[in-house]
Design a protein around this ligand. Structure first.
Ligand SMILES: Cc1cc2nc3c(=O)[nH]c(=O)nc-3n(C[C@H](O)[C@H](O)[C@H](O)COP(=O)(O)OP(=O)(O)OC[C@H]3O[C@@H](n4cnc5c(N)ncnc54)[C@H](O)[C@@H]3O)c2cc1C
Length: 464
């Protein structure tokens, strides 16, 4: 067993990890980027609709902030939203300069008051961005990438994170950035790659970091029935309609995702009618739908909601710092408070670029590695999400939640499943993506973020 070291260790090779690794290397750091599987195993690789950013002539950062906060239902952390919308346009322009082949027209997506979503071939945005950044990382001398290396724990000594534990041995670093994505694959209906089960939250909580907002799982309303294939909002922006078994429309297709998801669950079996959509705008997606056995030009496609985006995660400040010295988090695994109680479509790739860069800039300034430290423990066993656990999470913490079901889930031996239930029990109201049958409206008493710290119950905090 070997012990390696570097300046900045990045865990995860999605948009947040790649951005952090490239930024840290640009600033002279030696970087190791670890990833559980391979490049296509990140959510970033599969992101479709696009990346938001106020770059249109009729758009401003203020308008983007208003839309983000409206979606977030009184819970967005205003300072994080300012950072996102003000730095966002520059990050998108950098991607354009790097050669991401964005479509000439900006897209309109649900909850946005302007056309501000940049996409590639309608639905290949994540792949286009991630593959380009991966190629750059591979060509950068200061970055060593290690795939198929699952991180199972953190090394924390005297309150400072010194690196991570893997089955191949410990890896030491001056600063560690977790960019490990979300937990949506813990639900049996999910758009995420199977490995996205919330490992970041599990290992950070075990090491004593604060966790927040885990009751907020965003469900994507239109996922092809029986698959992980997401039918992007951009299709609805272009005029696709949702119809029930009688062929009747029943919801405003561009309403926020939580409203559309609940309307679908209540309606039963529903279909996305793509017959009016220009196929040339979404060539890859149309081909995938056809591969699944449907001709979108002829029949409406059966869809239902699936767990999609984890709003909660490891509590960070605006430069990705967690409660543990030397430990940073960025992207979907972090809880900056930027999304409030509901993420606005296409704000998450932007979050990865904006906060991944900020975390790296702070991480490169960490003090030198300590000259002495305690014994390094062995890596804990691998955390596994069985099909049974995933079905339980779907049934007991799904789109519409019942407190008695949540109470059962709260006793799960899986730390993340139990955490989701505990947070969802504490929030005895309905707000954004979190909906409780016994408390179907928002209650001003809960205007805040539930935070879990070691040895303490859940505490409601106000974030500014
Ligand atoms: C189908 C789909 C479509 C989407 N469409 C859009 C969109 O159009 N616009 C938008 O803004 N957002 C979209 N999203 C959301 C967005 O893609 C994600 O929020 C974002 O890409 C998350 O990036 P990330 O870098 O934080 O995490 P990810 O891209 O998920 O990367 C996580 C990385 O961590 C690694 N990892 C996980 N656990 C471990 C471990 N234990 N050890 C080591 N490595 C580990 C993974 O292998 C992976 O490399 C979509 C998501 C999906 C699934």
């Amino acid at each position: 067993m070997s012990t390696e070291s570097c300046d900045v260790l990045v865990v995860g090779s999605g948009a947040a990890g790649l951005t952090a690794a490239l930024t840290a290397a640009e600033h002279g750091a030696s970087v190791v980027m670890l990833t559980k599987g391979h490049a296509p195993d990140s959510s970033s690789w599969h992101a479709q609709g696009g990346i938001a950013g106020a770059i249109g002539d009729d758009d401003t950062a203020d308008l983007h902030a208003i839309d983000t906060e409206r979606a977030g239902r009184e819970l967005c952390r205003a300072s994080a939203v300012r950072v996102l919308v003000e730095e966002g346009p520059e990050r998108v322009r950098e991607l354009i300069a790097l050669g991401v082949p964005f479509d000439p027209e900006l897209n309109l997506e649900g909850g946005h008051s302007r056309r501000r979503v940049s996409s590639v071939e309608g639905a290949h945005t994540g792949w286009a961005i991630t593959s380009l950044l991966s190629r750059r990382a591979a060509g950068t001398e200061g970055i060593a990438t290690r795939e198929a290396t699952a991180v199972r724990g953190l090394i924390v000594d005297g309150g400072r994170c010194l690196g991570v534990l893997t089955p191949d041995g410990p890896l030491l670093a001056r600063a560690t950035i977790l960019a490990m994505g979300g937990a949506a694959a813990l639900w049996s209906r999910s758009t995420n790659p199977a490995g996205q089960i919330g490992d970041a939250v599990a290992i950070a909580a075990a090491a004593g970091a604060a966790i927040a907002d885990m009751e907020f799982m965003q469900f994507h309303p239109t996922v092809l029935e029986g698959s992980r294939l997401l039918l992007t909002e951009a299709l609805r922006g272009d005029g696709a309609t949702l119809i029930d078994e009688k062929g009747e429309r029943f919801v405003d297709e561009l309403a926020p995702r939580d409203e559309v998801s609940r309307a679908i669950v209540r309606r039963g079996r529903v279909f996305l009618d793509l017959r009016t959509i220009d196929r040339d705008r979404f060539p890859g997606l149309m081909a995938e739908i056809e591969k699944s056995g449907f001709d979108p030009a002829v029949v409406p496609i059966p869809v239902s909601p699936a767990a999609h985006y984890t709003i909660g995660g490891i509590v960070t400040d605006l430069v990705g710092r967690t409660d543990i010295d030397g430990l940073y988090a960025a992207g979907e695994c972090a809880a900056t408070g930027v999304h409030g109680a509901n993420r606005l479509a296409s704000n998450s790739l932007l979050e990865c670029l904006v906060f991944g860069r900020r975390a790296a800039l702070a991480a490169v300034s960490e003090p030198p590695f300590p000259t002495s430290f305690g014994e390094i423990p062995a890596a804990p066993p691998e955390r596994v999400a069985t099909d049974e656990l995933r079905s339980q999470v779907w049934l007991q913490a799904g789109v519409i939640r019942d407190p008695a079901e949540l109470a059962v889930l709260a006793t799960s031996p899986d730390p993340v499943a139990a955490m989701v239930a505990r947070f969802a029990i504490a929030r005895a109201e309905s707000r954004g993506v979190h909906y409780r049958t016994d408390a179907p409206v928002a209650n001003p008493v809960f205007e805040g973020h539930f935070v879990m710290r070691p040895g303490r119950g859940l505490i409601l905090e106000q974030w500014t």
